[in-house]
Structures are given as structure tokens and as C-alpha cells.
Design a protein around this ligand. Structure first.
Ligand code: COA
Length: 425
């Protein structure tokens, strides 16, 4: 079975998290991803949050699987020549530099397109055109400017950022979709095009249900928000809704047995209307099945807090896994709060390749995420991240076809940075 993106070559100019997420995804699908890094340092994440001295951090290794690394000083004239060579032989250039960096480097879209009219050039920036287009942006800034922080957390508390990296990894996914779409378009247009994703836009796309609620607010209170049942008035913007379910089915996080000592002994419980009678049976409130005060979703809305408090009396008698097993027998939608420790040890995630253990020459074994998107005929495997500049020679000779003399010329010029001139080797 062949890999889905076999034959596609990516010039990977990405760093930190958003861009590398995108190119890692393409690499998992089989694209040849050539990561260009600054000589001596590389992607800044190689050295950030290190758990083992002098070894690439997990931050880096978990975002750069299946890639090849070449070091090029892009401010060196010979480095620029090398880049031009790579642009000619690549299908896609991906970058997430700060605004204007690539232009300053001499590789504007116009120039890149001139060098290779078939190339797709894909970028992530913090904002689209507008007042903030020149601003640098990191994950949490995007969560704040895209509507996530304002709608996350509890009504009484400040805005909150989420653990899910929707600004970075979320936008890496958006960009990857843009790239494969442009690749498909190229199969009949024959032309490359520019693909851009603004982090603010991507986060807003993921927060669309809140934009929905913003418009619903004009027509009255949001009855499925628990604040409605609590009699708290709504303001003119969508409020933070704690653990309310985003959909039309009320839900909340409830304590389970052991919650006093285990911060993750909780379960998400949804009182889906079609299984309301089963919920009542499980918790021993059969009377609520026919009681007009509880029998319909509308009747229950103002009482949700009290209803969940009653359900919690039942969930605190079970561990989250016992509760999950019982509720699933009745088709009641629920989910235990799984800690990172539990996920790391989960054998079913290992079997599906969603969590993978790989071997690294300097760090030894480490866990990383595998491809969450499964294709039936195009498997993806996970290979360790490259060492800094590990593939520099290989790319010069095999991808660019340079002979020894030409390779020496580049090394002597300093364009490859720390690499010693061949004569001295
Ligand atoms: N050789 C020589 N110089 C290089 C190089 C290389 N191989 N790779 C990068 N550089 C230089 C750039 O040319 C630039 O120099 P300049 O400012 O003199 O033109 C410099 O490195 C800094 O690049 P920049 O991207 O601005 O890095 P930063 O560390 O200052 O900012 C971000 C980091 C993430 C804030 C910024 O890149 C950004 O806003 N990116 C877009 C949004 C994004 O993706 N954010 C999330 C990241 S997870």
C-alpha cells in the first residue's frame, strides 16, 4: 500500500508549533518534508522546555516526526541560492514566520511563484489583512482574539485559555487542508497558488457555535445555558458557560467516587432527551419520567442545576469507569475525564497508532502522537524527528543533485553554517 502523499515534496520553513503541526501531518501521509533550519540553533523549540540536557526537547520531537532537516543560513547569498534550488524542486513551501520575514529574506510570493509557477506557498500568520496584520502571535493570543477565551471558563471568573492548542495545532490542521486542496486544484489547473490561514480566523472557525449563540441572543436568553435556569440575566455578548454542553443536549461534569483525592475523578454526563427515561431509572428517580415538571426538555431547562446535583449523588457512588460502563449499557452519552497519564498508558490508543513510542538516538524511547486521521488504503507510520542538519548532505546530493565540488562550494561559503568546510574534514 502506498502512502497518500508519496511524491509530494514540501519545503518546510516552519517553526514552533502551528506550522510544524501542518507539515508533520503531511509527512505522516507520506510527503517528503524538508525542514530548513537556522544553522547551529534550528527550530527554537529544539531547546525549549528541555527535560534532558543537550537533547532535542519533546516539544520539538513531537512536532517534527517523519521530516528531514537541512541547515541553511537564509541571510547568506549562497544560502539564498540553495533555497532557490529547493523552491524549484518542491511542490509546496510552508512557513509561519512573523509578518514580513519572508519578504525581507527576498522570497515574496511573487518571487517564489516566479521561480516555480507550480509551487503552492502556504502561510500561517496571527491575523489576516487589517489593523493587526503586522503583529506576531502565539497560541494564547489567538485563543483570545478568536473568541475562545471570552467564551471559556465560568461566568463568575475571568476568560480562560484551553489546554487544547486550537490556535497552533488547530491552525496547522486548517493549513494542511488548504495545501491538499490547492494540490488537488493543481492537478487540473496546472498552477500553484497562495494559501493563507490567519490564527484568529481558524480559532473563530472552531468557535462557530458561539457566533451562532451571539445571534440567538437577540431573540431572547440562551435557555440551554445553566445561567438561564439560575435566573442570571444575559448581557449583550455570549457569556462563559462553564461546562455546559455546547449543543442542544444539556450536559455537565459530575464528581465520581474518589473525587476528593483524584483531580480527574469526574465524568461528563449528557441528559440527552431520547434517553431521559433511562437516566431517571439509573439514578432511581422513575417518578421524573411522567412528572410534567421533568418529563419534557423545556420543563427541565430551568431545573438543570438541581437535576445534575441529583445525578451527581449517583455518580459519586461509582468510579468514572464504572459509571461509564453502566451508562453505556443504557446508551446514555457520557465520558470519563481522562488524565494525560491515563491517555499515555491507554493500550487501545497504542493499538490504533494514535499514541506511538519511537526510538531517538539521543533521547531513547519517547511517546508521541500518531496520525489521528486514518486512511484505509494509505497507512501512515511515525518516524522520529531529525537531528539538526541530519540530512543536509543527503538533500544537497540526492534532492538537488549537486556534485562534491558544488557541495564544497556551499559548505565553504558558510551557507550551511556550522558544517565544517570539506577540506578540513
Ligand atoms: N537563517 C537565517 N535567518 C533565519 C532563518 C535561517 N534559516 N530562519 C529564520 N531566520 C530569521 C528570519 O529571517 C527573521 O529575521 P528578520 O526579523 O531579521 O527578518 C528572524 O529569524 C525571526 O523570525 P520570526 O518568524 O519573526 O521569529 P520570532 O521568534 O521573532 O517570532 C513568532 C516567532 C511565532 C511570534 C512569529 O514567527 C509569528 O508571529 N509567526 C506567525 C504566527 C505563528 O505561526 N505563531 C504561532 C507559532 S506556534
Amino acid at each position: 500500500m502506498s502512502k497518500a502523499l508519496e511524491g509530494v515534496r514540501i519545503l518546510d520553513f516552519t517553526h514552533v508549533q502551528s506550522g510544524p503541526t501542518c507539515t508533520q501531518l503531511l509527512a505522516w501521509f507520506g510527503a517528503d518534508v524538508v525542514k530548513v533550519e537556522r544553522p547551529g540553533v534550528g527550530d527554537i523549540t529544539r531547546g525549549q522546555l528541555r527535560d534532558v540536557p543537550n537533547v532535542d526537547s519533546l516539544y520539538f520531537t513531537m512536532l517534527n516526526s517523519n521530516k528531514r532537516s537541512i541547515t541553511i543560513d537564509t541571510k547568506n547569498p549562497k544560502g539564498k541560492e540553495l533555497l532557490e534550488g529547493l523552491i524549484k524542486v518542491c511542490d509546496v513551501l510552508v512557513e509561519n514566520f512573523g509578518p514580513g520575514v519572508l519578504d525581507r529574506m527576498g522570497f515574496s510570493w511573487e518571487r517564489v511563484h516566479q521561480i516555480n509557477p507550480k509551487i503552492i506557498m502556504a502561510s500561517i500568520k496571527g491575523f489576516g489583512p487589517g489593523p493587526y496584520e503586522d503583529c506576531k502571535v502565539y497560541e494564547n493570543v489567538a485563543q483570545c482574539t478568536g473568541g475562545s477565551a471570552s467564551t471559556t471558563g465560568f461566568r463568575e471568573g475571568p476568560p480562560l485559555v484551553t489546554g487544547a492548542q486550537i490556535g497552533d495545532s488547530g491552525n496547522g490542521l486548517h493549513l494542511a487542508l488548504g495545501i491538499v486542496t490547492a494540490l488537488y486544484h493543481r492537478t487540473h489547473s496546472g498552477k500553484g497558488q497562495r494559501v493563507t490561514v490567519a490564527m484568529q480566523d481558524g480559532v473563530l472557525n472552531l468557535c462557530r457555535v458561539k457566533l451562532r449563540d451571539q445571534q440567538r441572543l437577540k431573540h431572547g436568553p440562551l435557555k440551554e445555558y445553566s445561567q438561564y435556569g439560575e435566573g442570571a440575566p444575559f448581557g449583550d455578548a455570549v457569556p462563559r458557560a462553564g461546562n455546559d454542553s455546547g449543543g442542544g443536549q444539556p450536559g455537565w461534569i459530575l464528581k465520581c467516587k474518589g473525587w476528593e483525592n483524584d483531580p480527574d475523578a469526574y465524568i461528563y454526563f449528557i441528559t440527552q432527551a431520547p434517553v431521559w427515561d433511562k437516566v431517571c431509572k439509573v439514578i432511581g428517580e422513575e417518578g421524573w419520567i411522567t412528572d410534567p415538571g421533568y418529563a419534557t426538555p423545556e420543563a427541565r431547562l430551568p431545573k438543570l442545576k438541581a437535576i445534575f446535583a441529583r445525578i451527581e449523588q449517583w455518580t459519586t457512588t461509582k468510579t468514572k469507569f464504572e459509571a461509564m460502563d453502566i451508562l453505556n449499557e443504557y446508551d446514555i452519552p457520557c465520558g470519563p475525564i481522562l488524565s494525560m497519564k491515563e491517555l499515555a498508558e491507554d493500550q487501545s490508543l497504542r493499538k490504533t497508532g494514535t499514541v506511538v513510542e519511537v526510538e531517538h538516538p539521543k533521547r531513547g524511547k519517547y511517546l508521541t502522537v500518531g496520525n489521528p486521521i486514518k486512511l484505509s488504503d494509505s497507512p501512515s507510520d511515525v518516524k522520529r524527528s531529525p537531528l539538526l542538519g541530519e540530512h543536509t548532505d543527503e538533500i544537497l546530493t540526492k534532492v538537488l543533485g549537486y556534485d562534491d565540488k558544488k557541495v564544497r562550494e556551499f559548505k565553504d561559503s558558510g551557507a550551511l553554517g556550522g558544517a565544517k568546510p570539506m577540506a578540513a574534514e
